[in-house]
Design a protein around this ligand. Structure first.
Ligand code: NAG
Ligand code: NAG
Ligand code: NAG
Ligand code: NAG
Length: 362
């Protein structure tokens, strides 16, 4: 049967080959295409228990993804809820499944001002006390998952939008030394894990990108190990950057000799969805995935869950939603095909200096 003889309707009804996203990401030269998944969190939403089998099938069996990040379970709030009392239960739910499925595991996040256990901010610590707290947290949490994480987000969201440091218990007590200290302890704890600085609004050039580049250089100049910068990539359909802006921002970091990953990608839109908004959303995904696939040194893409009802967006941004690639009924957004197009496009011949070398198609 020749494809050319098939009607459009029949073509549309054909099931898609499995493993599309991760397969094409690898053909485009990336290490992985992945989806974060949750425990605990949105998954516990009442009324959604019945979707777990279908959800898990796409998450773990479909071949679409070959990487994951626990969206919540490794955060301080869950892993050290009281001082010296460690709890790896929630983080293990995702980590052990990821290891069993041989997924690349990104581990998230060690030192962050948010979703922090309340005891950390309840006392005015001396510098030495807070360093001990950071040390104990990193050695215990990272030590627990030692050898199992491809990468750790060591410090998360240390910057304001203008590139200055954000006020937090860590910065207010230790200044920028908290970043140096966290990366130092992290490298001593698991020397094989890639150590990342992770933040949002690093996807287009500006003061915040400069601030993150300053952090990379600060660590490198101090002889402290840093491997990568995570661009969270929480974007909006209505105002997403251009592909050239993404390439510019990503290249700012790769030029410093660190790798880049898109770590929490989603492209939210203002509800209700219209065909025009869904097209903009698709273009937003296409731009950033296309940029990552084209820049040597951008190594992988993680979407922040794949299933709209389990996204953090509706609870955080009033009136916005549908930010992921699968709708509530498990059909795919137009943006799914936008991502595929960007990945397929990046496997074609192309010779600009910022491009990665193009791997052969199999
Ligand atoms: C650890 O966390 C799990 C899951 O949140 C919880 O059920 C359990 O009670 C916790 N263990 C301890 C010792 O607090
Ligand atoms: C910490 O110090 C500030 C400023 O000196 C003070 O206002 C605050 O009450 C102190 N907090 C605690 C928990 O002691
Ligand atoms: C498609 O590939 C071309 C050539 O490498 C590139 O210039 C263009 O930006 C790519 N488009 C996308 C959406 O990735
Ligand atoms: C699935 O949901 C989407 C978004 O609400 C809708 O556009 C589509 O028609 C639905 N598909 C089916 C087969 O119900």
């Amino acid at each position: 049967m020749r494809v050319a003889t098939l009607s459009t309707a029949l073509l549309a009804a054909l099931p898609l080959a499995s493993a599309e996203l991760d397969k094409w990401a690898k053909k485009a030269g990336l290490k992985y295409f992945g989806a974060a998944t949750d425990s605990p969190g949105q998954r516990e939403r009442a009324g959604y228990e019945a979707v777990y089998p279908q959800y898990d099938e796409i998450m773990w069996e479909s071949g679409e993804f070959h990487q994951t990040t626990p969206t919540n379970g490794m955060k301080w709030l869950f892993t050290e809820p009281q001082r010296g009392v460690y709890n790896f239960t929630e983080g293990e739910i995702v980590a052990s499944r990821a290891n069993a499925e041989r997924y690349v595991l990104r581990c998230h996040a060690l030192v962050w001002h948010s979703q922090l256990a309340p005891w950390v901010t309840a006392t005015n610590w001396t510098k030495d006390e807070l360093k001990t707290i950071i040390h104990d947290h990193i050695t215990n949490v990272m030590g627990h998952w030692k050898g199992r994480c491809y990468a750790w987000d060591v410090v998360n969201e240390a910057l304001n939008e203008d590139g200055t440091y954000r006020s937090s218990v860590f910065y207010d007590t230790l200044g920028e030394d908290f970043i140096k200290y966290a990366f130092q302890v992290a490298h001593e704890t698991d020397p094989n894990a890639k150590l990342y600085y992770n933040d949002y609004n690093l996807e287009y050039p500006g003061a915040k990108v400069s601030g993150a580049a300053r952090i990379v250089s600060m660590l490198q100049n101090a002889g402290i190990h840093i491997d990568g910068v995570g661009l969270q990539s929480h974007l909006t359909a209505e105002g997403h950057p251009t592909i050239d802006q993404h390439i510019d921002a990503i290249s700012t970091f790769t030029r410093l000799g660190v790798e880049v990953a898109l770590t929490e990608l989603d492209v939210r839109l203002t509800l209700p969805a219209t065909p025009a908004l869904l097209a903009k959303q698709s273009q937003g995904y296409k731009n950033i995935v296309g940029a990552c696939a084209q820049v040597k040194g951008c190594i992988g893409v993680t979407i922040w869950d794949f299933y709209d009802p389990f996204s953090w967006v509706p609870a955080t941004f009033a009136g916005q939603g549908l930010p992921l690639l699968w709708y509530a009924n498990f059909t795919k957004h137009p943006a799914y095909y936008g991502v595929l197009a960007a990945l397929k496009n990046a496997t074609g011949a192309c010779s600009k200096t910022h491009k990665r070398s193009i791997p052969l198609l199999d």
